[in-house]
Design a protein around this ligand. Structure first.
Ligand code: NAD
Length: 417
């Protein structure tokens, strides 16, 4: 099943449970706009190369299109359509006044110099032109992009508009560096959100994160900050995996700060001297309470969970669990906290950044953290209530909350002209 087909099937499932009108299903399943740009970039050796970039604008009935930009060799139309679709339901679920979009470039950033990356980002932004804009479509970082990428995008966009508007368009992207208008706390927001969702679930069972054994796949933005946050809350991070391999400690606890220093120098977790090397299969069957997939799609598969010991999966990544694996997890009583909820901390604080830029303010970190927790906790409560009403999984409940909000707006606004 393609990733986009998986996203559509998730919508159908939520729609079935609430008997949604057929015409609304068609609207919610399909992206509004699909922008593909082919743009030339001069490489360090003087040659020109043509790159392909995407921006899929799925839905904007709740507000401007919003979603990350992914730079990876695997980026293709199907993937960005799925990711854009998930954004629409994520923003609706956590109640931020944005729609859903996603974009990216098919490129391996690891093979490029900073100068080449800067030129690719700037040419891509230029090629997108007015397809993005501070009240129209607002990109953010995702896999393979970061705060520097966003600053290059913002600077290119600002220098392409009328000079009098230049200071007014910073919010065309979120996830910028703090020096260039980013929000305090945006870098850690997605990881913090993962920890909040886990804590919310445990509170329902009168448990806390303290002492829980956790394995995390991915040690980029989401994985690293999830590890730091959970470690600070008393959880024991015992296994971490990434594109270079997997490492684990038996009777100890990994220190996220020390592991981060290793990853910054070595480029991945492989070779970390304070842990043993394990295989991907051993990672997924490790003796832990919680697994947080925080890397790429389709990682939690039926084969990998045959010997699963974890009782909770918190989806930091988008689409990490295949449909077959999810059924197996549900049948086995494993709790799955779905991506549209678990990794929504990033878009919530992106919204805060957009608001701060709009009114030329910078909120203190304590205020950002407080508001993030309130907004995400509230979304978790809504999902729990929908589960009780419809006797369904957390993913189905999350879609129900989002679909009901979107359908209400279509009911009241109609389609005009
Ligand atoms: P990132 O580029 O910062 O880090 C990606 C991590 O995944 C790296 O540690 C990398 O080694 C690992 N990885 C890549 N390929 C792998 C493979 N084949 N096997 C194991 N590990 C692999 O990206 P990120 O921003 O942390 O995003 C991770 C996931 O979280 C993506 O699915 C993204 O869409 C999702 N997400 C990110 C944000 C955000 O704010 N950055 C918000 C919501 C969702």
């Amino acid at each position: 099943m393609s990733l986009f087909a998986m996203a559509q099937a998730q919508i159908e499932r939520g729609a079935d449970l609430i008997g949604l009108r057929d015409d609304y299903r068609v609207l919610l399943r399909s992206p509004k706009n699909e922008v593909i740009v082919n743009f030339p970039v001069q490489l360090d050796d003087g040659r020109f190369e043509l790159f392909r970039g995407y921006r899929i604008q799925h839905n904007n009935v709740l507000g401007p299109y919003k979603g990350g930009m992914r730079f990876s060799p695997d980026v293709d139309l199907d993937e960005v359509k799925a990711l854009a679709t998930w954004m629409t339901f994520k923003t609706a679920l956590v109640n931020v006044p944005f729609g859903g979009a996603k974009g990216g470039v098919t490129i391996d950033p690891a093979e490029r110099s900073d100068e080449e990356m800067s030129r690719v980002v700037r040419r891509f932004t230029h090629a997108l032109g007015n397809n993005i804009g501070p009240e129209h479509d607002i990109p953010a970082p995702d896999l393979g992009t970061n705060a520097q990428t966003m600053v290059w995008m913002m600077d290119t966009y600002a220098n392409s508009v009328n000079g009098l508007d230049r200071q007014n368009v910073k919010r065309v992207v979120t996830g910028k560096t703090v020096a260039c208008g980013g929000s305090l706390g945006r870098d850690k927001a997605t990881g913090t959100g993962v920890a909040i969702c886990l804590a919310h679930h445990l509170e329902n069972e009168d448990r806390t994160v303290d002492g829980l054994r956790v394995a995390i796949q991915g040690f980029g933005n989401v994985g690293e900050h999830t590890a730091r946050e959970l470690h600070a809350m008393g959880a024991h991070i015992v296994a971490v995996a990434d594109h270079t391999g997997a490492v684990m400690v038996e009777d100890a606890v990994l220190d996220p700060e020390d592991l981060w220093r290793h990853v910054s120098e070595a480029g991945g977790v492989s070779g970390y001297r304070h842990a043993d090397t394990i295989s991907t299969e051993e990672f997924f069957s490790a003796d832990v309470d919680v697994i947080v997939p925080a890397a790429i799609e389709n990682q939690v598969t039926p084969e990998r969970i045959e010997r699963l010991k974890a009782q909770i999966i918190v989806e930091g990544a988008n689409g990490p669990t295949t449909r077959d694996a999810e059924q197996q997890l549900v049948d086995g009583g494993v709790v799955v906290i779905p991506d549209v909820l678990a990794n929504a901390g990033g878009v919530i604080v992106s919204y805060f950044e957009w608001v701060q830029n709009k009114v030329s303010q910078q909120w203190p970190l304590s205020e950002v953290d407080y508001r993030l927790r309130q907004q995400l906790w509230d979304a978790c409560d809504h999902v729990d209530r929908a589960r009780e009403r419809h006797h369904c999984t957390r993913r189905e409940a999350a879609y129900i909350v989002a679909i009901e909000r979107l359908a209400q707006v279509y009911d009241q606004r109609g389609i005009w002209p």
